[in-house]
Design a protein around this ligand. Sequence first.
Ligand code: FES
Ligand code: FES
Length: 160
Amino acid sequence: MTNVTVTVNGTSRSAEVEARTLLVEFLRNKLNLTGTHVGCDTSQCGACTVHLNGKPVKSCTMLAVQADGQNVTTIEGVAPGSDLHPMQAAFKECHGLQCGFCTPGMVMSALGIIARHQGRALDEKTVRQELEGNLCRCTGYQGIVNAVLLGAKNMGVKVA
Ligand code: FES
Ligand code: FES
């Protein structure tokens, strides 16, 4: 067993893990942060997306020990207080979810898109391309794309 310490949503968290423990297992099973989902375990669906040092990663594809000493943000940490983050609110407003299983990963990936497009206009084609690593089996995606564009707009990003 190895001790891993990660700053998660702004708080230093430590746990003993096996060398093979995935980051998503550390978050869900050791820290009880179950908002990060496991859909495929094979790096395809994006349900497990979190931010590592501000950038989206699929937490089923990295080991907890690889995150030692680094900063992780999960869906539980995106909104300060009890209000929804503007991107979460946009998903609600645009019906960007049905069962909600993919939604935490979608929101984390959407925030990654926003971060990569600061100072540039964001359009539907770009959103669709950059969400290709996140799968949804319910919505048909249009509501998700609409939500990302609305969330971007409400976060001050220019939308084409
Ligand atoms: S559970 Fe990680 S990509 Fe599907
Ligand atoms: S809302 Fe059900 S998988 Fe996306």
